[in-house]
Structures are given as C-alpha cells and as structure tokens.
Design a protein around this ligand. Structure first.
Ligand SMILES: Cc1ncc(COP(=O)(O)O)c(C=O)c1O
Length: 353
C-alpha cells in the first residue's frame, strides 16, 4: 500500500496527471515485458483497438474481421472507424478464432483482422498470420484479456502488427481506473497512435490530423509500473488455480473444462467451464453463496446494436452454443485452495443429474 501512496505523491508533486513521465516509464517497461519495441499508453482497451485501426487507415466502406464471442468493444472499435465488422466463428476447444474459416471471410474490402485472445489464451496466431500474409492484411491482436500470455514463447501483443490491452481494474494487469495500451514493433504506427491519442497534435497546438483525447492518466501509469512487477507471479497463481479446478473437475462428465492448445500459455483471466442448463446452475450456485459470471451471454452478432447487419441466430453455431453454456468460475490470484474446493463441490451439487 505504502508504495502506491508514494507513487500518488510523486505524480501529485509533479502535476503529471495527463500523460507525462509516469506514463512514458510504464510504456518502456510494458514494451519490454511484451517483447515489443514500443508501447503507447491510451485511455482504455477500446481506445487501443480503435486508434490501432485508425492508424492502419481503416475507414468507412472497409471491413474488419473478428469473432462474435468477445466483449462488445472489439466490434465497437471497428464501427467507430466507420467500417463493418465481419465475423468468423471460433474453434470449439480454445474459443478463439477458427483459422479454417478465416480465408473465406476475406474480401477486397478487408482492411484488418482482429483475433481475440479470449479468457487469456492466445488465438492460433501462426495459422491466422499465414492467411493474413497471403492477403497482405494486417493483424491486430485483441489482447485485452491476455497480459503475459504466450504463443510458442512469444508474448501476446508481440504477434500481430499491433497488440491492444485493457488495464480495466479487473484485468490480470489492472489500473486504479481506466487505462489501455497498444504494443507494436512498427515505429510509424507508434507515432500515428501517439498523435491520434493527443488530438492529432504533431506539436503543441499544431494539429496535423483529427484525433481524440485518449491519453493515459499519470496516476494509472505510476500504478501500472508497480503492478507490472507482480504480473508474472499473479499469472502463475491463476494457472495454479486453473490446474486445481481441472483436477477437481476431471471426473465430472457434465462439465467441459477449458483446453489449452500445445505451445500456448494461458493466463486465465477467466476460467470458464461449459455446462448444460447454465442459467439454472448459475442461480443455484448464487443461492449457495458462489457468484459466477457469464462471458458473454449474447454473442456480438445477436446484439440489438448490430441487428442492422442482419445476422440471425444459427449463423455462428459454436459461438452461440458457447454463449449458452459458458459459466465463469471465480478466478483471481488470491483465491485459496479451500475456496476452489468449495466452488467445485457447489458446482457439482448444482448440476442436473
Ligand atoms: C476482449 C476485450 N476487448 C476489449 C475490451 C475493452 O477494454 P476497455 O474496457 O478497457 O475499453 C475488453 C475489456 O473489457 C475485452 O475484454
């Protein structure tokens, strides 16, 4: 606690509230952590996605491919550029973009592809990048749930042309409020995002392009620098908890446990199982004192906001089935063994025979 108070004091004494040296220091540290040349701090994960797409030149009339089972922000960022989200279904084991369905979705207007490292497991990036390369299409990673996750030894955020992170307080690396970042090796992209996040200013009061106010707060930069030091240990704790959940659920045929594909390191932002009659199970567990969550109950293509796309139920069967069956069990580094046992015992009691 003392170190956070001290960090607040330093930010306050230097009045470095919006952007500034504490954000710059965090950017350097986070880029090093993610094994990228640059990181650009922004206001939140939605800004990170939106500004990455804008910097890549995505605009009205363009299409960007992503998956329907993500947080709404992934598609929103596409729409905010004036472009159209085009969805491909997910792989039933990893819950990430099914590369086998990607090629068929690419068209003349496709300007980018956004795989989502859902729940903390990287998507199948080799296969996705191979398709993208054939078409010359940039890949922007939605790594908002995958701080520190790895794909064949390389960090999430270092795999595509840009990696987008959210530091929403509940994330594996969470700020004391809203914050986000884009990681990239591309210096031109970095410079464009830096300009866009600051009203398009190339120099003070000289606006080269129309941008936005998407700067990271100095206090968040200072907090994130401190919390970044604990990220690896916190991710390991989550993996240990996931392993215990896996062991305790191994003999339970009514539960589909999360699968981790070979060569990928999952950071278990969310430990989601799949069960039948999920809504009833959720209610029964809540009545017994175990609060679970659903990520996400309605796939993006079936959200009211996207009704204009005309995509009906049945169009993306794996995403839709997962949305009906996903149940996120409690997951955070401080969980204790006996709490996990209690959750699992409660879940078993609450499942239909
Ligand atoms: C997969 C995914 N994409 C994008 C976002 C958006 O991030 P933020 O809430 O920081 O804008 C989130 C965070 O909630 C997310 O989980």
């Amino acid at each position: 606690m003392e170190e956070f108070v001290d960090a607040f004091r330093q930010v306050t004494e230097t009045s470095a509230f919006a952007g500034g040296p504490f954000v710059a220091r965090f950017e350097t540290e986070f880029a090093a952590y993610c094994q990228t040349r640059h990181a650009v701090g922004v206001g939140n994960g939605t800004d990170a996605l939106w500004l990455s797409l804008l910097a890549l030149g995505v605009g009205p009339g363009d299409e960007v491919i992503t998956v329907p089972n993500s947080f709404m922000a992934t598609a929103e960022a596409i729409s905010l550029c004036g472009a159209k989200p085009v969805f491909v279904d997910i792989d039933e084991r990893t819950y990430t973009m099914d590369p086998a369905q990607l090629e068929a979705a690419i068209r003349m207007r496709t300007q980018a592809i956004i795989p989502v490292h859902l729940f903390g497991q990287p998507a199948d990036m080799d296969a996705i990048l191979a398709v993208a390369r054939r078409h010359g299409t940039p890949v922007v990673e939605d790594a908002c749930q995958a701080h520190g996750a790895e794909y064949h030894g390389r960090k999430a955020g270092a795999l595509g042309v840009a990696g987008c992170f959210s530091f929403y307080p509940g994330k594996n690396l969470g700020a004391f409020g809203e914050a986000g970042a884009v990681t990239t090796d591309d210096s031109e992209l970095q410079a464009k995002i830096q300009t866009l996040r600051d009203h398009g200013q190339a120099a003070k009061y000289r606006h080269a392009v129309i941008g936005w106010n998407a700067r990271m707060d100095g206090i968040q930069g200072a907090v994130l620098s401190l919390k970044l030091r604990r990220l690896s240990a916190a991710n390991q704790a989550r993996r240990d908890h996931a392993q215990l959940y896996d062991q305790l659920l191994a003999d339970e045929p009514r539960v589909v446990r999360p699968a981790v594909a070979a060569g990928r390191t999952h950071v278990f932002h969310i430990y989601a199982v799949r069960v039948r009659d999920r809504d009833e199970v959720l209610q029964r567990m809540a009545a017994r004192g175990v609060n679970c969550a659903i990520h996400y109950p309605v796939p993006i293509h079936l959200q009211e906001a996207y009704a204009f796309l005309g995509l009906r139920a049945g169009r993306f069967p794996v995403s839709e089935r997962c949305a009906r069956e996903f149940l996120s069990l409690p997951m955070y580094p401080e969980l204790r063994e006996e709490q996990i046992e209690f959750v699992v015992n409660t879940l078993k009691e609450c499942l239909r025979p």
